[in-house]
Design a binder for this molecule. Structure first.
Ligand code: ATP
Ligand code: MG
Length: 388
C-alpha cells in the first residue's frame, strides 16, 4: 500500500513560482502528480508522472513561501547503433566527451537546513543515501555554490537498489557525473564540473577523453570491449559544453548481467526491460560485424543470462525456499535502520531486516526483499497451473 499524505501547500504561490495557472497546480495535486514528502522533509514536494516542463522526480522545496526547484535528472537516450547515433545527435560538434557510465543508482544532493540530503531518481529523500552521502561529499562545496545541485552514482554492493562488486568497492562509494543549476536545470560544462569536483576532492566518473567525431565510433567501440571484459557497464557520450543531450551506450556483458538478475525475478520485471535488452544484443552484434565465433559466444552469454537464473529460481521454489533479493546495508546511526525500513515499506516493498551487527563504528544489517509475485507464480506452475 502506498502512503499518500495530504498536501499542504500554498497553491497560489507555487503557481506564481512555476509560472502556471493555479488550476494546473490544483490538478497536479488532485492527480497525485505533486506529492509531499514526510516527517522532517514535509516541506519538500516531488513531481511524479507527467508535470509540465519538468523532468520526472523534480523536487520543489518550500522555504516558508520562497521556493527552490531541484530538477530531476533528464532521461538519457540510448544508442542502439553507435555510428549513426553519434552522427545523428552530435554532427554539429567537433568532438564529444566520453565518460564511464557506472552502474549503481542515481542520487541528487543538496544542502538542506545545514545538512546534505540525497534524493533518489523519483525525488524521494532516501534516508540511507542521505546518511551515506555525508561520508562522500563535504558541505563546503554546497556553502560556496548554493545554487548548484550535485548528481552522481552511488556504487557498490551495500545498497538496496543496485548491488555491484565489479568496481572493487567494499561497501558503497559516490561518483559525481553532473552538476546543474537549481531552478533552470542548466548543466555545467564537462570541464568546469570536473575541475570543481577535483578542487573539492570528490570522486567522479572516469573521463576516457574527448574524441573527434570521425574517430569517436572506433574509440568508443574499443572502450566498450575493454569495459565489457571487466564487467563494467558502458559509457555516456556528452557534448563537452553540455548543451546537447548526452547519449548512453553499454556493454553486452553488463546487459546480460541485468538480464541474469531480472530473470531470477521473472514475474516482477517489466517486459520492456527484458525485451529491450535482447534487442540491444541484435544491433550490437550487427554493427560489430562479428566473427561466427564471437557471435556464438554472444548467443551463449545471452541465452545463459535468461535461462540459468530462471531454472535456479524454479529449483529454489521447489525446495520450499522463498525467492528474495538479499543484500546488506551499513549505517553509522542505528536510527537510520528503522527510518529506512519504514521508508521501503511506504514504497510498497516487502522487506525483512536482520539484526544489526557492529563493525567498527558502524552497523551492518542484512536485508531480504521478498519477490512475492515470482514466488507465487512459480509455486502455482509447480502445482499444475497453466500459463493462460
Ligand atoms: P534514464 O534512461 O531515464 O536516464 P535509467 O534508469 O534507465 O534512466 P540508465 O540506463 O542506468 O538509466 O542510464 C542513465 C543513468 O546512468 C543516469 O541516470 C545515471 O544515474 C547513470 N550514470 C552513470 N554514470 C554516468 C555518467 N558518467 N554520466 C551520466 N549518467 C551516468
Ligand atoms: Mg543505471
Amino acid at each position: 500500500m502506498k502512503y499518500y499524505p495530504e498536501i499542504k501547500i500554498d497553491i497560489e504561490k507555487v503557481a506564481e513560482f512555476l509560472e502556471l495557472p493555479p488550476s494546473r497546480i490544483a490538478d497536479l495535486i488532485e492527480k497525485r502528480n505533486l506529492q509531499q514528502n514526510w516527517d522532517e522533509y514535509d516541506n519538500i514536494y516531488r513531481f511524479e508522472g507527467h508535470a509540465p516542463h519538468l523532468e520526472d522526480g523534480t523536487v520543489l522545496i518550500d522555504n516558508h513561501g520562497s521556493f527552490e526547484l531541484v530538477r530531476g535528472f533528464p532521461k538519457i537516450k540510448r544508442a542502439m547503433l553507435l555510428e549513426p547515433a553519434l552522427k545523428n545527435r552530435f554532427s554539429e560538434l567537433e568532438s564529444v566527451a566520453v565518460e564511464e557510465k557506472m552502474n549503481g543508482y542515481n542520487v541528487r544532493v543538496v544542502d538542506y537546513k545545514g545538512k546534505l540530503i540525497a534524493f533518489t531518481r523519483s525525488g524521494h529523500v532516501c534516508p540511507y543515501s542521505t546518511e551515506r552521502v555525508q561520508n562522500f561529499l563535504k558541505r563546503d562545496f554546497f556553502k560556496d555554490n548554493t545554487d548548484i545541485v550535485v548528481y552522481g552514482e552511488m556504487v557498490g554492493p551495500e545498497n538496496p537498489y543496485v548491488q555491484k562488486y565489479v568496481y572493487d568497492i567494499e561497501s558503497l562509494d559516490f561518483f559525481v557525473f553532473d552538476m546543474r543549476y537549481k531552478n533552470t536545470g542548466e548543466a555545467l560544462s564537462v570541464s568546469r564540473r570536473r575541475e570543481l569536483v577535483k578542487e573539492y576532492g570528490f570522486n567522479q566518473t572516469k573521463l576516457f577523453g574527448e574524441f573527434g567525431i570521425s574517430e569517436a565510433t572506433e574509440k568508443i567501440t574499443q572502450i566498450i570491449k575493454e569495459l565489457g571484459k571487466k564487467g563494467h557497464e558502458g559509457v555516456i557520450i556528452k557534448d563537452p559544453e553540455m548543451v546537447l543531450q548526452p547519449i548512453k551506450y553499454t556493454c553486452s556483458e553488463s546487459n546480460c548481467s541485468d538480464l541474469h538478475h531480472a530473470f531470477k525475478f521473472y514475474n516482477e520485471t517489466g517486459r520492456d526491460y527484458l525485451f529491450s535488452r535482447v534487442v540491444r544484443e541484435g544491433f550490437q552484434s550487427y554493427e560489430w560485424a562479428e566473427s561466427e565465433d564471437d557471435f556464438q559466444k554472444r548467443c551463449l552469454r545471452l541465452g545463459e543470462s535468461i535461462l540459468r537464473p530462471m531454472k535456479e529460481t524454479i529449483a529454489q521454489v521447489q525446495t520450499g525456499e522463498r525467492i528474495s533479493d538479499d543484500f546488506h546495508i551499513r549505517v553509522r546511526d542505528k536510527k537510520v535502520i528503522y527510518k529506512f525500513k519504514s521508508y521501503l515499506e511506504r514504497l510498497g516493498l516487502d522487506v525483512i531486516f536482520g539484526l544489526p551487527e557492529k563493525k567498527g563504528n558502524e552497523y551492518v544489517i542484512s536485508v531480504r526483499k521478498i519477490n512475492k509475485s515470482t514466488n507465487d507464480k512459480t509455486l502455482a506452475i509447480l502445482e499444475g497451473q497453466l500459463w493462460s
